[in-house]
Design a protein around this ligand. Sequence first.
Ligand SMILES: Cc1ncc(CO)c(N)n1
Length: 216
Amino acid sequence: MKWSEQAWISATPVYNRILELPFIQELMTGTLSRDKFIFYIRQDAVYLSEYGKVLTGIASKLNNAKYISAFIKFAGDSISVEQALHESFIHELKTVKTEASPSCLLYTSYLHKQLAHAPLEVALAAVLPCFWIYKKVGDYILENQIKGDNPYQSWIDTYGGDDFERSVSEAISICDEIAGQCTKAGQEAMTRAFVMCSKFEWMFWESAYREEQWKI
Ligand SMILES: Cc1ncc(CO)c(N)n1
């Protein structure tokens, strides 16, 4: 079995809980409150700018030209997606700089920590849920939504469908090729990071629904 197949099996209970989240269910029906969605988009802008830096950092540690250009492209895409979503949902030109919520800070700090201190394959596994879970959630919504006026359709179309699919398959196959050169213990460490970041994806949406604030 490929590493990715086994990693997905390990993360499936978390993925199923993500689909049940009110944020995802209401995003699908279009009933999600605009305030909750805007809170999410602002936090996601913070997230994506850190995520782009982590992807660039991974690129700088890779040795294979094909992988390097893939990760540089992923980093560039994360910036353009952020800009496009920001423009379509937050129309004001100047937005106040958003402070990361506790969940957003936890997730981005974990990614930076893997990049700084973990073996490269573990950092790779840590960024994979960002691709794979979004793709699965985007497809789930596209398949189950009742077509009509959904104010969040451009978000759904960004992650469901074919364009994002190519990047996701490429990220999965790079992880599999690198996992193939790792020991069993190395692959297990990859899976732990993959499951951990899948939990952070759950936390990110769950915290956006609550418009999570700092308690102090
Ligand atoms: C929190 C989060 N994870 C993954 C993605 C997809 O890139 C995103 N936009 N935001």
